[in-house]
Design a protein around this ligand. Sequence first.
Ligand SMILES: [Zn+2]
Length: 78
Amino acid sequence: MLSKSKIGDVNRNNQRLTEKTEYTGNDHNQRIWILECLEPRDGESCSYVYGANGSDFFQRKCPVCQGGRPGLPIPAAN
Ligand SMILES: [Zn+2]
């Protein structure tokens, strides 16, 4: 079900799914997905980019402007 989410999807909190990585998150059986915040802030979008468990995507809030939990480290792209 959750795997239906695809790159470019935006959740109800205006967080966009930017990339699905193969790295393991910190929740059971989850991979790290990279999200970007699209919330307007000071006339521009917040644009904060962070990692999250795939299972959290649908309800994730931005750690910077929406008081969400801190993001997971974004795995270094090698
Ligand atoms: Zn934000």
